[in-house]
Ligand binder design. Structure first.
Ligand code: GUN
Ligand code: ZN
Length: 455
């Protein structure tokens, strides 16, 4: 192995197959003194530390000690333009959109503001261990360019798209079917496949699009079938009733998308809580993804997504923050919230299942599972290293853990950005935090400051 290869040592948790299909100890391999060999930005091999050292004697070694090396977290549904209005009080979906979201999204006509928030948002993601995201932008092309530019500067694999709306939105945030098609296509041509960027065709949701606009975006998707398509589906009961009024000839909410060519593999439906049996069956048959947004679903009061049921139906499921309807940038918080909702719906999700949803599950929803979300050789080396004793409260529980699952679960339930020891994007170490470090809490880590180790 050449000198420019990198050997990361620590504990390694490699969840190799879907832990909803097999017992977690079968699906996952835990190496208490393991490592990852990285070269050219990709994972070459995972194994025991001593064996890897012997195989790659000239690799540069970074020893993370007891740190737990995992794939970087993948957030499969977020709105970066809502960064500055996260944790806004007291509204439910439609009111929340009108009171907080739309006024803030109006500001993204200003390219300088869009760039400032895109950079702030991606720095926050990295500080929380999230290395990939599927984000909505706003109607303004500048909001999309700003986001992809900021992601490119950090070499992050992101999906994003221009959020299209041609009704039920204020002046300044509405387009029409032709503008939605033309401007989405121009951005898709400019960004899709550039570096690590993926363009996602993005109708906001059926209440803010006319059938003509959904048809135009369905046509664009047919011309670019390898792109993902992201939108919202059946988040709140009032919203479902509104869709019924707006689309009286459609048999249900899903049909408003399906009848315009917006249901097939590669579709990512945020929330997807209030579904009929027929909708569930059609989603499953199409291979579309349901994106679970647990902190948002509790914060905005939407309802309880039944993860165990969706997995038993063999749906494709991703996990997401839904920033800023969601109340956190952290996929650790998001896993904790998914666990609590699992308890309320009758199933205690195993830590392996939570971690899998936050990595491989979301990557699969984005159809990027061959690139990100696992430690499989050949994958991009997007990694997070967790400190499993990042606060006194977590450390005292961790101290008497007897299995890796008991060791990691307190961090899932109680951890935040202080638990993020290190982050690697395509093999480059970009952020350092961790317990006791003054870069850890309330201070975004600037990922553009290369690590002093020169990685
Ligand atoms: N439905 C349509 N737009 C949005 C949004 O911005 N956030 C959430 N949570 N739901 C939506
Ligand atoms: Zn959303």
């Amino acid at each position: 192995m050449s000198e420019d290869s990198l050997l990361l040592l620590g504990q390694v948790l490699d969840i190799r197959s879907n832990p909803f299909d097999a017992p977690p100890d079968t699906a996952a391999v835990h190496l208490s003194r393991g490592g990852l060999l990285v070269a050219g930005g990709r994972i070459v091999r995972v194994g025991d530390a001593d064996a890897l050292r012997a195989d790659a004697p000239r690799a540069r070694v970074v020893d993370h000690g007891e740190g737990l090396i995992l794939p970087g977290f993948v957030d499969s549904h977020a709105h970066y333009p809502q960064t500055a209005i996260i944790a806004s009080w007291g509204k439910r979906l439609i009111d929340w959109l009108q009171s907080y979201t739309f006024p803030e999204e109006m500001r993204f006509g200003d390219p300088a503001y869009a760039a400032e928030i895109a950079e702030r948002y991606l720095d926050l993601l990295l500080a929380h261990g999230t290395t990939s995201v599927a984000s909505f932008c706003t109607i303004h092309p500048a909001s999309v360019s700003a986001f992809f530019t900021a992601a490119e500067a950090r070499n992050m694999a992101v999906a994003a798209g221009r959020t299209c709306m041609d009704r039920n939105a204020p002046d300044g945030l509405r387009d029409d079917a032709q503008a939605a098609y033309d401007e989405s296509k121009a951005l898709l041509d400019a960004w899709h496949g550039k570096g690590r960027a993926t363009y996602a065709i993005t109708p906001r949701f059926s209440p803010t699009s006319t059938p003509e606009q959904l048809e135009a975006l369905g046509a664009l998707w047919a011309e670019h079938p390898d792109c993902p398509m992201q939108t919202h589906l059946s988040e709140q009961t009032d919203e479902v009733a509104w869709v019924r009024d707006l689309y009286p000839h459609r048999k249900d909410y899903l049909d408003t998308y399906e009848s315009h060519g917006l249901l097939r593999e590669g579709a990512m439906f945020g929330h997807a809580i209030w579904l009929t049996d027929s909708e569930r069956a059609r989603l499953r048959e199409a291979g579309a993804a349901l994106i679970h947004c647990p902190t948002s679903n509790t914060f905005i009061g939407s309802g309880l997504f039944d993860t165990a049921r969706a997995m038993a139906e063999r749906q494709t499921v991703g996990l997401a923050t839904d920033t800023g309807g969601g109340s956190s940038f952290s996929m650790l918080h998001t896993m904790a919230s998914a666990y609590e909702i699992g308890q309320l719906t009758g199933t205690a999700l195993h830590p392996a299942q939570l971690l899998w949803l936050a990595t491989a599950g979301s990557a699969r929803a984005m159809r990027l599972q061959d690139r990100i979300g696992t430690l499989a050789p050949g994958s991009d080396a997007d990694l997070v290293v967790l400190d499993l004793a990042s606060t006194p409260a977590i450390a005292q529980r961790h101290a008497h853990a007897e299995t890796i699952w008991e060791a990691v679960f307190p961090t899932i339930m109680m951890g935040d950005d202080r638990a993020i020891d290190s982050v690697y994007v395509a093999g480059q170490r970009v952020a350092r935090g961790g317990a006791g470090s003054d870069t850890s809490h309330n201070r975004p880590v600037n990922p553009l400051i290369a690590d002093t180790l020169g990685l």
